[in-house]
Design a protein around this ligand. Structure first.
Ligand SMILES: [Zn+2]
Ligand SMILES: [Zn+2]
Length: 147
């Protein structure tokens, strides 16, 4: 009987920790909690409905609030938003390509597994990769300067 109670306690602790970690993942993406996101911050979203393909900007804060409220703890990915054009739940967080020669809007992770989520499926530009490269170059420059 005691063992059963222990098992329940362990399961409750585990589920609680999972929920906290889950919330943390969704709220920490932009650094800090939802309340830290400035009211005017906008992000790109794109409709995955082939008949619609709407691309528009939405408030980052409202987006995260929606995700937190509609997230399914059993599903590993963020739930889709309701499209303001076609009304289908098929809108996902998107990125605008940072390459000035390209500039398309694409759903995060379009380049598939193994690539940064913000890698452009058309030209291959990735903000994350670029900033990492820049940071590495800066670190190397600092090391050179320190000699
Ligand atoms: Zn749509
Ligand atoms: Zn691009």
């Amino acid at each position: 009987m005691k063992n059963t109670i222990y098992a329940i306690v362990i399961v409750v602790c585990f589920v609680g920790a999972g929920a906290i970690a889950y919330k943390y993942i969704f709220t920490s993406g932009s650094g800090g909690g939802i309340d830290d996101i400035p009211e005017g911050n906008m992000i790109w979203v794109k409709c995955n409905n082939p008949a619609c393909k709407a691309e528009y900007q939405t408030g980052e804060k409202a987006y995260h609030k929606y995700i937190l409220e509609h997230a399914n703890p059993m599903a590993p990915s963020a739930p889709p938003l309701i499209c303001k054009e076609c009304g289908e739940p098929s809108v996902y967080r998107a990125e605008k390509c940072g390459n000035p020669d390209c500039g398309i809007v694409f759903i995060q992770g379009s380049s598939g597994p193994g690539y940064h989520a913000d890698r452009c499926p058309k030209c291959g530009y990735s903000k994350t990769e670029e900033s990492r490269k820049r940071r590495k170059a800066e670190m190397e420059a600092a090391r050179e300067a320190g000699r």
